[in-house]
Design a protein around this ligand. Structure first.
Ligand SMILES: *[C@@H]1O[C@H](CO)[C@@H](O)[C@H](O)[C@H]1NC(C)=O
Ligand SMILES: *[C@@H]1O[C@H](CO)[C@@H](O)[C@H](O)[C@H]1NC(C)=O
Length: 216
């Protein structure tokens, strides 16, 4: 892992030193608030839908996962590093909660700054500009509309954007974690940069196929 981090660092330094010409397209920054409906293919080829509600001004990134023929899982991520993962249903009726502490916040709207342009490619039937960042995320943006079409992570998780609405926000009431997230039995996991796997240049992924960023 350490070696991997060092390699990434070298890669970053190399990229920074090689001052590319300014002719390549750059990814459009994320709107400060948006809703996206994602179709996700996970590393074990299991599928899920995700309602992604990104809200930079509120410091909140929400994923509501519908696992195929499975549970509806809420994942409320705060910029202070805390994430609440829960299902509804109440104690003893299927409701569960896990709280995790990451040493990282939510991604900045411009988290793709500095990504390497790879050219165009047809993805999901759309002609896209493609970038990769730190061999970690591959990002496909529609050439015509500049909307994100798809992003893939190094570990094989791919997210396909089925719907993208800028400037909409999720009501706060929906993001309030249920009381059983705050009981004594909650499981708190510390996920730091080392256990999270890969980091560099403000991009980081946790094991659930999402992006967080380094807080510092
Ligand atoms: C999910 O990804 C795996 C591995 O890339 C692929 O074999 C499979 O066909 C994909 N499934 C769907 C429904 O896209
Ligand atoms: C982070 O913010 C959330 C929402 O306000 C809060 O519930 C949580 O306790 C905070 N975490 C820390 C470590 O302060």
């Amino acid at each position: 892992m350490k070696i991997f981090s060092n390699l990434l660092l070298l890669l970053l330094l190399f990229t920074a030193a090689s001052t590319p010409g300014n002719l390549s397209p750059v990814p459009k920054p994320w709107p400060e608030r948006f809703h996206a409906l994602l179709y996700m293919n996970l590393t074990d080829a299991k599928l899920q839908l995700s309602d992604l509600w990104y809200d930079w001004p509120r410091g909140r990134n929400v994923n509501i996962f519908q696992k195929q023929l499975g549970v509806l899982l809420y994942d409320i991520e705060w910029d202070n590093g805390t994430s609440f993962y829960y299902t509804l249903g109440g104690k003893g009726q299927g409701g569960s909660c896990e709280v995790m502490e990451f040493e990282v916040g939510i991604p900045r709207p411009n988290f793709l700054d500095g990504a390497e342009y790879l050219g165009t490619e047809v993805a999901d039937g759309f002609l896209c500009n493609v970038w990769q960042k730190v061999n970690f995320i591959w990002y496909y943006e529609d050439v015509e509309t500049q909307l994100p079409v798809r992003w893939d992570f190094y570990d094989g998780i791919s997210s396909h954007v089925m719907k993208f609405e800028a400037n909409v926000a999720l009501p706060d009431s929906i993001t309030q974690a249920p009381p059983y997230c705050f009981g004594e039995v909650q499981l708190v996991k510390k996920m730091d940069v080392a256990t999270t796997g890969v980091n560099g240049d403000n991009v980081i992924i946790n094991p659930f196929g999402k992006i967080r960023r380094l807080i510092s």
